[in-house]
Design a protein around this ligand. Structure first.
Ligand SMILES: Nc1ncnc2c1ncn2[C@@H]1O[C@H](COP(=O)(O)OP(=O)(O)OP(=O)(O)O)[C@@H](O)[C@H]1O
Ligand SMILES: [Mg+2]
Length: 286
């Protein structure tokens, strides 16, 4: 039986979260990278996947120089395990592809194929954090559809709110995602963040049958900007800054969410495989 008495840190089912939001520049990559590092620092086995196949930049955020990326996997030059890079605090990073127009325009079947490639992975994981590209391309929909949790990032700009709404609407219609976690970024105060969330929630309540949960409000923070220029995460570079404290809190909250008991999402085999490996490794640890 799998319960808490077996392996204190590995969950029976890894949490898979896709960070999305529609609009560019709202802080998706910053939040995905910082959340992943925060969880890794909390002794979780975490993988961060850069699923941006057009303008990938997790490697830049984390100051990594990946010799191989998802572009090589998609070309058949190597498999996923060959491209995993060590990141901060033991984080495992899968670098995305940058500057390749064809890859950024993959259709639905190719993207599902890429998601399937994850069934090659054999390592135990507590969480997989997927950073998606801006917009609502097939790639974004495929990765969000494969995740159990979709985290929508937005900030107080009309275009960000309308893009977040459009993303939620598409994911609900195309992938039947009905629950969304929301992070309001670059807020002046908790109340400001809550107001932005309420504006989005009012529209989704009115027009869609979905449920939104405000997971966190992150402040506009100078230390975070500085950490980005230093190509480090703020949780490492300035652990006492407002942004780092808020991101650590967000990561703990995410870790504490009700754990998925079975795979869900459109590409169930993706999660199923992760579940299988996680269970096998837990069983062998008994
Ligand atoms: N909380 C914050 N406080 C201050 N600046 C921030 C904050 N969050 C993000 N930024 C700034 O916003 C910029 C864009 O962030 P990021 O690259 O994470 O956005 P993105 O949504 O991933 O963009 P893209 O859609 O282009 O991938 C960062 O370079 C950073 O300077
Ligand atoms: Mg990004």
């Amino acid at each position: 039986m799998l319960d808490d008495s077996i392996g204190p840190l590995h969950q029976s089912v890894p949490q898979v979260v896709a960070v999305t939001g529609g609009k560019g520049g709202v802080g998706k990559t910053t939040i995905a990278a910082n959340m992943a590092v925060s969880m890794a620092r909390n002794r979780r086995q975490v993988m961060l996947l850069d699923a941006d196949l057009g303008l990938a930049n997790i490697d830049v955020h984390l100051n990594l120089l990946p010799p191989y990326t998802l572009a090589h996997v998609l070309r058949g030059d190597c498999n996923l395990t060959d491209i995993i890079m060590p990141g901060p605090a033991g984080l495992k990073v899968i670098p995305g592809a940058s500057g390749n127009r064809l890859l950024s325009q993959l259709g639905r079947p190719e993207n599902i194929g890429l998601v399937n490639a994850f069934s090659d992975l054999t390592m135990p994981l507590d969480a997989l954090v997927i950073d998606t590209a801006a917009g609502i391309s097939d790639s974004v929909l495929s990765f969000c559809g494969a995740a159990q949790q979709v985290l929508v990032v937005l900030c107080d700009e009309p275009a960000s709110i309308t893009d977040a709404y459009a993303t939620i609407k598409m994911l609900n219609r195309e992938n039947r995602v009905a629950r969304f976690l929301v992070v309001v970024n670059k807020a002046n105060s908790a109340k400001h963040g809550r107001d932005v969330f309420d504006r989005l929630n009012r529209v989704t309540d009115r027009f869609l049958d979905v449920q939104l949960e405000l997971l966190s409000v992150l402040p506009q923070c100078e230390h975070l900007e500085r950490s980005i220029r230093q190509q480090r995460t703020v949780v490492e570079a300035y652990p006492r800054s407002r942004a780092a404290i808020a991101i650590n809190k967000l990561a703990r909250k995410f870790e504490g969410l009700q754990k998925p008991t079975s795979p869900s999402g459109e590409c169930e085999f993706f999660v199923e495989r992760l579940v299988e490996h996680s269970m096998t490794s837990e069983m062998s640890a008994v």
